[in-house]
Design a protein around this ligand. Structure first.
Ligand code: 0HH
Length: 207
């Protein structure tokens, strides 16, 4: 199976998907769309937005739908319905925090950065708590193995640490989780590449 991913030249909404593919040996082919090419391409995409991916002959948009499709196929969605439900719950929670981060970055960086950072511990403490409930926080968010949720949270924490390098200092389990994922051999090797390092996090230069 090859994932044909189409996205802008930013980490943005595609980065968790790239981590999941790299870490699980899922073949990934990327088409990078420059801003000037977008107007022509937009009407030809499934939902008029990027990322979209063609997998097994299906054109799929919405980053979380793409992640879920891959997670179902590759055993990254918990061991049963109970675990899958918890993964969904926490992934939606992750999505809420990601959206508030993106709104601040794209719409209100100058005025909104400080208020966002003030409120951030309220958002993070939920993830610290759920991590602590699963094997004392020493593994993954749900169950015995990684799920798509873990890659999403890793990417979000990674972006938040760029915004504020101290933001996890009061959350030892999240800090250790972030380090565990960054140290995973395949993710570490990928994050050392120029391809990764040169890619900005967001499309407006803010981070
Ligand atoms: N809920 C969707 C998802 O998770 C949201 C997708 C989305 O917002 O997939 N897509 C945006 C791009 S992500 C989109 O398609 C933000 C990155 C913007 C970087 C732009 C840099 C361009 C530099 C060449 N936006 C375009 C549009 O809506 O027309």
């Amino acid at each position: 199976m090859t994932v044909h991913l189409v996205y802008f030249p930013v980490r943005g909404r595609a980065q968790s998907l790239k981590y999941l593919c790299k870490d699980n040996d899922i073949q990934l082919e990327e088409k990078v769309v420059q801003f000037g090419e977008w107007a022509d391409l937009k009407p030809k995409t499934p939902l008029g937005q990027l990322p979209y991916a063609t997998i097994d002959g299906i054109d799929l948009a919405q980053s979380n739908a793409i992640l879920r499709y891959l997670a179902r196929k590759h055993g990254l969605y918990g061991k049963d319905q109970n675990e899958a439900a918890k993964i969904d719950m926490l992934n939606d929670q992750q999505e809420d925090l990601r959206l508030s981060y993106l709104q601040m970055i794209y719409k209100d960086y100058e005025q909104g950065r400080e208020p966002f950072l003030q409120k951030l511990p309220d958002g993070l403490k939920i993830f610290e708590k759920y991590l602590s409930l699963n094997h004392d926080g020493k593994g993954y968010f749900v169950g015995e193995k990684a799920s798509f949720l873990d890659y999403n949270v890793f990417d979000l924490l990674d972006n938040l640490l760029v915004l504020s390098p101290t933001c996890l200092d009061s959350f030892p389990l999240l800090k250790a989780f972030h380090k565990r994922f960054a140290d995973k051999p395949k993710l570490h090797a990928y994050r050392e590449t120029e391809e990764f390092k040169k890619m900005p996090i967001n499309g407006n230069g803010k981070q």
